[in-house]
Write a protein that binds this ligand. Structure first.
Ligand code: LAG
Ligand code: CA
Length: 641
């Protein structure tokens, strides 16, 4: 929301302070009116339209008073908001609310849901002409600034007739046409209020889709039913659909068992499918990393939001996730636009694979295993097409009968898509699907670098390292690591004094014979370092350790060495420790494995993310799960939650 809101200091500056309006001045924690206008104008100039998240059901919560984000005074307990101005008589009076304490507590009763206070937020009476006018003036001011539409927050808590009256007072856009309106109505078949009451007013949020797509990604067999009208889901012409939103990705507003950026592979499949499929009007989420559900955006010392910086590999810095830049998400927007208005044909859904065409305009395929190699009917004109998700690094040829050899081989982003009239690859410009020879050929594409974890924590944090190395009974794997001696001053050849060593505390993994030597060798191992056995580090039956020990794991449930961290296969050697991230280099540290005293070979520059300097070792991130392969640059860094 761009308008003035309360400034909450307990907890310190949570994201949700923006949902407690103080006035309709465009002065929020995001910036001043001039800054907002500048952003909207720059976006509009490059064809990006902005719609505003408008909070007009209520003003600030009871018990709050003082100055808002724009310096305007207010007092909620007196219902006094001089910045609008709103006074006591503009709020719903106690007698209109049937709840015993004035708060919403009965979703079976529309009077309770719409005339009582939502979590103690002072509830405006939109049946009054004056209140409608003030809200419409706010909307019209936004339109003057260049805004193209509105999300109506908490629409469920307002009467549809009142919303209609406000929309009717809102002017047309300067370029012509009505502003875009969509209504936030959480309808999960669990109350008296149905999204259908709002469809005459515009799009309605379809929260049931969040559940359906999560279910469909867990079990591809369910994907045919993501739009389930029998379950009450809105028709495609009115459904506003999304995989997650700012509330439910952190357990607020109808949160639950959803897919978010915290599971990047699933998330990419979920959003790519949503954009490829023909249901609803789609919204793509873009987030910041967070540890707790109240946490506001990445901020500077004065709590102003940090800039979104762009790393060399195209990912975002400063704690911003930027899901919209991930290839299977950002690149699929072109697909959605290209196939608009077409139906779904050539639907195939077996063995956790799904593929379909959209009219004669586009073809999409996705394989949960990460691999697929099949000739399929695409229904598209013959020609050579650029594969969109790989940025055209992969080409697909459709023959004269509309068939193509489809290969999926990028396991982190197991999605392919191509469109008629898409990019041609040679120039990066858009052109017609060039006429091809009709042969079936596919060249493979490397994984696109899409680091999808946040910044490392500041102090001690659980850190997991897994290294895949097929071993024989009797072989052991150790790691050594830390910071490069050429990079940091004060490094010695003694773990306890070297500035290049990183303090660790081994986490207990288990007892029994499988863990006996691991438990012995990790006793007295206080650092990840380059120097081998530490003074005081234990031996096992006379065998001394040659670094920090790892333990053999498998993904076979019930077998010795099984751990739920291993979702991959046999021979993933595991290190699970608390690590002092403050001793790393901006969260990053190097490591290499030794098997029976033999170092693995140099790793050729391939990394996950953007480490601080280049190295011939693996780069891992403190506070995360880091998965590597012996003698290989392949890696995966993911959240531990
Ligand atoms: C919405 N849709 O209907 C927003 O999507 C959602 O993010 C808003 O709640 C809600 N309606 C009101 O605009 C958010 C947080 C709440 C927060 C509220 C007001 O999810 O947790 O409530 O914004 O800032 C907070 C406290 C409550 C307190 C209330 C009033 O968490 O405990 O009662 O403020 O002081
Ligand atoms: Ca209300």
């Amino acid at each position: 929301p761009p308008n003035e809101h309360v400034v909450v200091t307990q907890p310190m500056r949570p994201w949700w302070e923006r949902y407690q309006p103080v006035s309709y001045k465009l002065h929020s924690r995001g910036g001043t009116e001039a800054e907002f206008k500048d952003m909207v104008t720059r976006c509009k100039n490059v064809g990006v339209r902005v719609y505003v998240d408008s909070v007009v059901n209520h003003m600030a919560g009871l018990g709050r008073q003082g100055s808002g984000s724009g310096g305007t005074s207010f007092n909620s307990d007196n219902f006094d908001f001089p910045g609008v101005p709103f006074r006591r008589e503009h709020f719903n009076s106690r007698d209109k609310c049937p709840s015993h304490d004035g708060n919403i507590n009965n979703y079976g009763d529309p009077n309770n849901v719409r005339n009582c206070f939502l979590v103690g937020l002072t509830d405006l009476d939109q049946s009054q002409e004056y209140v409608r006018t003030k809200i419409a003036e706010f909307y019209n001011h936004c339109i003057d600034v260049g805004v193209a539409g509105f999300r109506i927050d908490a629409a469920k808590h307002m009467w549809p007739g009142d919303i209609k009256a406000i929309q009717d007072k809102t002017k047309d856009l300067p370029e012509g046409g009505r502003p875009f309106f969509y209504h936030e109505v959480i309808d999960q078949n669990d109350g008296a209020i149905k999204v259908g009451e709002y469809t005459p007013l515009g799009y309605v949020t379809e929260f049931r889709y969040c559940q359906k797509i999560a279910e469909g990604i867990r079990n591809f067999g369910m994907l045919h039913g993501v739009y389930d009208p029998g379950w009450g889901m809105t028709d495609s012409a009115h459904a506003f659909v999304f995989v997650d939103n700012h509330d439910n990705q952190r357990g607020h507003g109808g949160g639950g068992n959803l897919i978010t950026h915290k599971h990047p592979r699933d998330y990419k499949m979920a959003v790519a499918f949503t954009l490829a499929y023909n249901y609803g009007f789609t919204r793509v989420m873009s987030s910041y990393y967070f540890q707790s559900s109240d946490q506001g955006p990445p901020h500077n010392g004065d709590y102003s939001a940090k800039d979104v910086t762009i790393n060399a590999d195209g990912s975002c810095g400063n704690g911003w996730v930027c899901e919209h830049r991930w290839n299977p998400i950002g690149n699929m927007v072109a697909f959605r636009n290209a196939v608009a208005g077409t139906g779904v044909d050539n639907w195939r859904n077996e063995n956790e694979e799904v593929s379909f065409s959209r009219g004669q305009k586009g073809f999409f395929a996705m394989a949960k295993s990460g691999h697929m190699d099949r000739t399929l009917h695409t229904g598209l004109p013959a020609g050579e097409y650029c594969e969109l998700v790989s940025d055209c690094k992969k080409k697909i040829t459709v023959d004269g009968s509309g068939n193509a050899h489809i290969v999926i081989d990028n396991s982190a982003e197991p999605v392919i898509a191509f469109i008629v009239g898409g990019p041609t690859g040679s120039t990066g410009s858009f052109g017609g699907g060039s006429s091809g020879s009709g042969s079936q050929s596919v060249t493979s594409a490397p994984a696109t670098p899409v680091p999808s974890v946040g910044p490392a924590p500041e102090g001690w944090a659980r850190t997991v390292i897994m290294i895949e190395r097929q071993t024989m009974p009797g072989q052991d794997l150790f790691i050594r690591g830390g910071i490069d001696h050429n990079h940091r001053q004060g490094c010695t050849t003694q773990a306890s004094t070297s500035a290049c060593a990183i303090p660790i505390k081994t986490l207990h993994l288990g007892t029994g014979s499988h863990y006996a030597q691991y438990n012995a060798w990790s006793t007295g191992d206080h650092y990840l370092d380059w120097y081998g056995m530490e003074t005081g580090q234990h031996s096992y039956h006379g065998h001394s350790p040659s670094g920090t020990p790892a333990v053999w794991t498998t993904n076979v449930e019930g077998a010795a060495g099984y751990t739920p961290l291993n979702t991959y296969g046999q021979h993933y050697w595991l290190i699970d420790v608390q690590m002092d991230c403050s001793r790393t280099e901006n969260g990053w540290f190097e490591l290499k494995a030794l098997v029976n005293g033999q170092w693995e070979g140099n790793i050729g520059g391939q990394t996950c993310g953007t480490p601080p300097y280049s190295s011939q070792n693996h780069w891992a991130k403190c506070g995360f799960k880091n998965v590597f392969h012996f003698n290989s640059g392949r890696c995966q860094i993911s959240d531990l939650s």
